[in-house]
Design a protein around this ligand. Structure first.
Ligand SMILES: CC(C)(COP(=O)(O)OP(=O)(O)OC[C@H]1O[C@@H](n2cnc3c(N)ncnc32)[C@H](O)[C@@H]1OP(=O)(O)O)[C@@H](O)C(=O)NCCC(=O)NCCS
Length: 377
C-alpha cells in the first residue's frame, strides 16, 4: 500500500443564536465587562437555546461539513465526537449523531476535555494512514453551560456553547496531517473537574445543596499549566514535522484566555497576528474551540489551500494535544535536505529555542510572583 495522508476536505459550524454579553452576566454575578475583558479577552459568548443539545448541534455542524466536502453521510466510515457535555451519560452522543445524520458507520465519543477535538483529529489521522478508513467526520461539540455554576463568577464568565465539524479524507498526495503530539498529566486532575455525578460520588441531595455537580476550577493553576504547555507542545510538534515556528502560516490555539495566547506568541517569537483569535465572540467552547476557530479562519480567507497550520488545545485531565498540518495537499519544503541553507536555519532556530525554553522555565516562578504582586496592588 502506498503512503496515505489525512486531509481536511469539509468544514462546518453551529453556534446557538442566543448571545450573552459580559454586561448580561454582570446582572447575575458580581463581575464587570472591564474585569472579564481585561483578564480574558472575552466580550460575549453563545449559550444554547431550549432546542439545542450537544447531539443536535453536532449534527448541524456535521451536515454543513458534509455539504462542504460534497459527500453524503452514507459515504462516512466513522464519526468521532469530542465532547465533555454529552446529552446523556449513556448512550454515546456520537451514536445519536450517526442516527440524526443517517450515516451507517461506527461512531464513538472521545473525552479529553478542551483538547478533545485535537485528540480526535489525531485519532482520525491514525485510522486513515493505517488504511482502515477513508472518510471520517470529526466533531467538537459542547453544551458546557449545563455544567456551570451560574452563581460562581470565577467559572461561569469563561465558557460558551458551540459545535464545529470537519471531514477528514484519505489521499496519497503528500500533505494534510504532518505531525501530532498527545499529552496528559493526570496529577493535575483536581485543578479542573466536576466533583459529583460519577461513580466515586453519585448525585445526592448533598450534591445539589453544595452545588457539587458543577465544574470547579483552580484558575491560576490551570493558567500556569496552559502557559507551560501551549508554546512548548507547539514547538515540539512543529519540529517533528521538520518545520520551524516561522514556517507556520496560521496558529489556531485553544481559545481559553487571550493572555495565554499572547504569552505563547511571545514564547514562540512569532507575531500575534499569526494567531487566530475569536475568544472575544465565543469564550471558551471547550472541545469546540479549535475546530470553530479553524472553520471561521477558513471562512474569513485566513486559512487557504496549501497553508501550514499549527493547532494546540489543553484542558481538563489535564490534557493537551497538538497537530501540525497542511491544508489540502502539495509540496512543502521543510528543512529536510541535509546540507541546505534551510537545514542550517532550522538547526539554528531549534538550538536557540532550546536555550530560550530553559531560560524561560527558570524565570517562570519569578514571572508568577511579579504577576501576583501586581494583581494585589
Ligand atoms: C480564570 C482566570 C481568568 C482568573 O484570572 P486571574 O488573574 O488568575 O484571577 P484570580 O483567579 O487570581 O482572581 C483575582 C481576583 O478576581 C476575582 N474574580 C474572579 N473572577 C472574577 C470575575 N468574573 N469578576 C470579577 N472578579 C473576579 C477573584 O475572586 C479574585 O479576587 P480576590 O483577589 O479578592 O480574591 C485565569 O486564572 C485563567 O484564565 N485561568 C485559566 C483558565 C482556563 O484556561 N480554563 C480552561 C482550561 S480549558
Amino acid at each position: 500500500m502506498s503512503q496515505r495522508y489525512a486531509k481536511i476536505t469539509g468544514w462546518g459550524k453551529y453556534v446557538p443564536a442566543r448571545v450573552v454579553t459580559n454586561d448580561d452576566l454582570a446582572k447575575i454575578v458580581d463581575t464587570s465587562d472591564e474585569w472579564i475583558t481585561t483578564r480574558t479577552g472575552i466580550r460575549e459568548r453563545r449559550l444554547r437555546t431550549e432546542n439545542d443539545t450537544t447531539a443536535t448541534m453536532s449534527a448541524a455542524a456535521g451536515r454543513e461539513a458534509l455539504a462542504s466536502a460534497g459527500i453524503s453521510a452514507r459515504d462516512l466510515d466513522l464519526i468521532i465526537v469530542a465532547s465533555s457535555s454529552p446529552d446523556y451519560l449513556l448512550p454515546s452522543v456520537a451514536s445519536q449523531v450517526q442516527d440524526m445524520l443517517g450515516a451507517s458507520c461506527g461512531a464513538f465519543t472521545l473525552v479529553a476535555g478542551c483538547a478533545g477535538w485535537v485528540y480526535a483529529l489525531a485519532t482520525a489521522n491514525q485510522f486513515i494512514i493505517a488504511g482502515t478508513y477513508n472518510r471520517i467526520l470529526v466533531i467538537g461539540a459542547e453544551v458546557i453551560s449545563f455544567a456551570l455554576d451560574w452563581t460562581d463568577r470565577t467559572t461561569c464568565v469563561l465558557f460558551g456553547d458551540a459545535a464545529a465539524a470537519t471531514v477528514v479524507e484519505a489521499t496519497d498526495e503528500p500533505g494534510g496531517v504532518l505531525a501530532i503530539e498527545l499529552g496528559s498529566d493526570g496529577s493535575g486532575a483536581m485543578a479542573l473537574y466536576v466533583p459529583d455525578g460519577g461513580c466515586v460520588s453519585p448525585i445526592t441531595q448533598r450534591t445539589v445543596d453544595e452545588r457539587r455537580q458543577y465544574l470547579r476550577m483552580n484558575g491560576p493553576e490551570v493558567f500556569k499549566f496552559a502557559v507551560r504547555t501551549l508554546a512548548s507542545s507547539l514547538k515540539r510538534t512543529i519540529y517533528q514535522a521538520g518545520l520551524t515556528p516561522d514556517d507556520i502560516d496560521l496558529y489556531i490555539p485553544h481559545q481559553a484566555n487571550a493572555r495565554i495566547i499572547e504569552t505563547a506568541a511571545r514564547q514562540l517569537r512569532v507575531p500575534l497576528d499569526k494567531f487566530y483569535i475569536n475568544i472575544d465572540r465565543y469564550g471558551n467552547t471547550s472541545a469546540a474551540s479549535v475546530p470553530l476557530a479553524m472553520v471561521e479562519a477558513i471562512e474569513e480567507g485566513r486559512l487557504k489551500e496549501g497553508d501550514l497550520v499549527a493547532l494546540c488545545a489543553f484542558g481538563a485531565g489535564l490534557t493537551w494535544a497538538s497537530v501540525v498540518m497542511q491544508m489540502g495537499t502539495g509540496e512543502i519544503s521543510p528543512a529536510h535536505s541535509l546540507f541546505s541553507l534551510g537545514r542550517a536555519r532550522y538547526l539554528a532556530r531549534r538550538t536557540s529555542d532550546a536555550l530560550l525554553d530553559t531560560a524561560q522555565a527558570a524565570m517562570l516562578p519569578l514571572y508568577s510572583f511579579l504577576y501576583e504582586r501586581r494583581k494585589k496592588k
